[in-house]
Design a protein around this ligand. Structure first.
Ligand code: ADP
Length: 468
């Protein structure tokens, strides 16, 4: 017996560890799967974007390097140099310079946009993207005085294409130097100057990015669906493992309980057999009678255990429904019931009520509940049986002042072989079949059975029988 409990404990621990290992492995596999999916999607996106950008760059190169664009750019730069010169000659303040430079870039940009728009027929890709030429920094020097006319922190001068928000995709970065130039203004002396600008050409591909995400939507949904399927699969696997564990526990519990139940009658039988081996017993007819009576009792006890196990294996209990006066039946039933260790109280209402039920099966249920009330409550405490009509139901309540049933166990006690764990202690004998059979009988009678219980206060089992 002890070996059985130890084995049970060890195998329980082993199973617990296996489940933990399974959960950890599942989580690791899931994390790996998510990372691989993320890596693949990111790479696909980057690759698609790069391929697209390279193709677009190749396609628009003739436009960007066309003589028209060169002319527009040259015109802007030479006008800008003139403004720079004015600024260094103090005929413009820095603010005025910025305003004029902005106005200049705006006007040049309008011309460039017209040109670019005119090219869309030959280069349809221009419709999908936006281009931006911008000056980020301008350095100017005359007579040994350096002036940063456009700083990196100033708004850049967008002079070709469109002003668009965001970084964009950089096509080229360039620095233009002009070291010596003559002041072209009439009547002015030639001036030496140094001019340097820092220029970026960017492309806005946000439209395309959206398109790529849209195209990748199926892939994304597929990936998410696969991950979800794996999660669901893991969940079902986990659930079936827990079920298997529970079945294994129930089996072991049952083996423990039935061994425990059979131990007492078997020990008694052993004693009786030993007594029969004594010659003197045969001469003592009184002792003989007692032994035979005891033999009968133990036999009945074992028969009962076997009957209960057999009964629990059928799905439905057989019933013979008849019209009965339920109040009369209960009064008769309790007149036969005696409890030596408990105070038994009854309240039966109404005086008479006819309904259709099987009193034999109902009696078995009440008997079982009363036995449980006795088994699970202290000696001397009260056990109450109350019955009354409530709407279209007849209610029978059996209440004790016992140890009560924890809330999370209250549903489970009606399951087959379920007994509330007492840490392998068997204070009260049982197979965990009583309430299961009670529930089966009540359902066969078209009624139901419930429990209301508070720990350390007591439990109340409620039977509901339909009244036609
Ligand atoms: P058992 O043969 O173990 O009594 P039952 O199906 O009758 O089997 O009961 C299942 C479990 O419900 C019991 O093991 C016990 O822990 C709990 N139980 C049943 N009736 C009561 C009660 N009146 N008070 C406290 N616990 C109860």
């Amino acid at each position: 017996m002890i070996i059985l409990k130890d084995d049970y404990f060890c195998s329980g621990m082993k199973q617990q560890n296996q489940i933990k290992l399974l959960i950890i492995s599942c989580l690791v596999i899931l994390a790996g799967l998510v990372s691989i999916q993320y890596y693949l999607i990111r790479n696909t996106y980057q690759l698609t974007s790069e391929t697209y950008v390279n193709e677009v760059k190749k396609e628009i190169a003739p436009v960007l390097e066309s003589p028209e664009m060169d002319t527009i750019e040259d015109r802007f730069v030479s006008e800008l140099k003139r403004l720079c010169l004015k600024k260094t000659k103090d005929s413009l303040t820095l603010l005025q310079f910025h305003l004029k430079a902005q106005a200049l870039s705006d006007s040049v940009r309008v011309i460039s946009q017209k040109y670019l728009a005119s090219q869309t027929r030959d280069y349809p890709v221009l419709e999908e993207i936006r281009i931006r030429f911008e000056l980020r920094q301008i350095l100017f020097e005359t007579n040994g005085i350096y002036d940063t006319l456009l700083r990196l922190i100033d708004p850049p001068l967008v002079f070709i294409g469109e002003k668009f928000e965001g970084k964009g995709f950089n096509i080229s970065t360039g620095i233009t130097h002009t070291s010596v130039e003559l002041d072209e203004e009439e009547g002015q002396d030639a001036v030496q100057y140094f001019y340097k600008h820092n220029q970026l050409v960017d492309m806005d591909i946000s439209n395309f990015q959206q398109k790529v995400w849209k195209e990748m939507m199926w892939m994304l949904m597929g990936a998410a669906g696969l991950i979800l399927a794996v999660i669901i699969l893991f969940f079902y696997m986990y659930r079936s493992l827990i079920r298997q564990k529970k079945i294994a526990e129930v089996k072991t519990d049952f083996a423990n309980n039935i061994t425990h139940e059979l131990k007492t009658p078997l020990a008694s039988l052993n004693l009786i057999v030993k007594s029969f081996q004594n010659e003197e017993v045969y001469q003592n007819s009184e002792l003989m009678k007692q032994l035979i009576h005891s033999l009968e009792r133990q036999n009945k006890r074992m028969q009962n255990i076997v009957d209960r196990v057999l009964e629990s294996s059928v799905d439905k209990q057989k019933t013979q429904i008849q019209e009965v006066d339920i109040s009369g039946f209960l009064r008769e039933f309790i007149s036969d019931y005696h409890s030596a260790a408990h105070e038994f109280q009854t309240e039966i209402y109404p005086d008479e009520l006819i309904l259709e039920t099987d009193t034999y099966q109902l009696g078995r249920v009440i008997q079982n509940l009363l036995q449980n009330a006795e088994k699970y409550s202290p000696e001397g405490s009260a056990i109450k049986l109350r019955s009354y009509r409530k709407n279209s139901d007849y209610i029978i309540e059996i209440q004790d002042e016992g140890k009560g049933i924890p809330a999370h166990e209250q549903k489970k006690i009606f399951e087959k072989f379920y007994r509330i764990s007492e840490g392998n202690l068997h204070d009260a004998k049982g197979l965990g079949l009583g309430l299961y059979i009670c529930k089966q009988i009540m359902e066969s009678l078209g009624g139901n059975i419930y429990v209301q219980s508070t720990l350390k206060t007591g439990s109340m089992f409620i039977l509901k029988i339909p009244v036609i």
